[in-house]
Write a protein that binds this ligand. Structure first.
Ligand code: SF4
Length: 157
């Protein structure tokens, strides 16, 4: 099961914010984009959804920026991924090309169970759990490194 680029960038963004102190609001969308190798446009979209979900707070003004909220730290990875992905089926059985087996397909049921198991595993972890060692060290390194991370997601549209 492959996550959408939107979900992936949302996760990169919240993981990056999770290694910051709650009082440090100087992290901007632009900075995150450069640090996690994503386009600013994609990070901005993800940030607005994370703000909507109450996981990130945006401070406006010259010294403004983004901070993860306490709810963002303890949110379950499974819950967040469900929110970002939406209720998509693993296989599009009915749209845009309806499959003739849809009425009696064992595979469809198995895939639905597999999807459930996928999320059940992710539900075991909070966002904070995702940024324990060695990820935390790497993210801190990126946070303090000069801007040179390649924007490999720039092409995704
Ligand atoms: S074979 Fe089954 S899972 Fe695949 S598209 Fe058809 S109904 Fe869906």
């Amino acid at each position: 099961m492959q996550l959408s680029p939107f979900t992936d960038i949302g996760l990169r963004t919240i993981m990056r914010l999770a290694v910051n102190d709650e009082t440090d609001s100087r992290v901007t969308t632009k900075l995150i984009a450069r640090q996690v190798g994503a386009s600013e446009r994609y990070v901005a979209k993800a940030v607005s959804r994370l703000v909507e979900l109450g996981l990130v707070r945006a401070h406006r003004g010259r010294s403004g920026g983004l901070v993860i909220t306490p709810a963002g730290r303890v949110a379950s990875a499974g819950w967040l991924i469900r929110e970002l992905e939406g209720d998509r089926e693993v296989v599009a059985c009915t749209e845009p090309h309806p499959c003739p087996m849809v009425g009696a397909c064992r595979l469809r049921r198995i895939l639905a169970d597999a999807k459930k198991a996928f999320y059940t595993e992710l539900d075991r972890y909070s966002i904070e759990d995702l940024v324990t060692s060695p990820t935390a060290e790497l993210l801190r390194l990126l946070a303090h490194a000069p801007v040179s991370v390649s924007n490999e997601m720039e092409e995704v549209s």
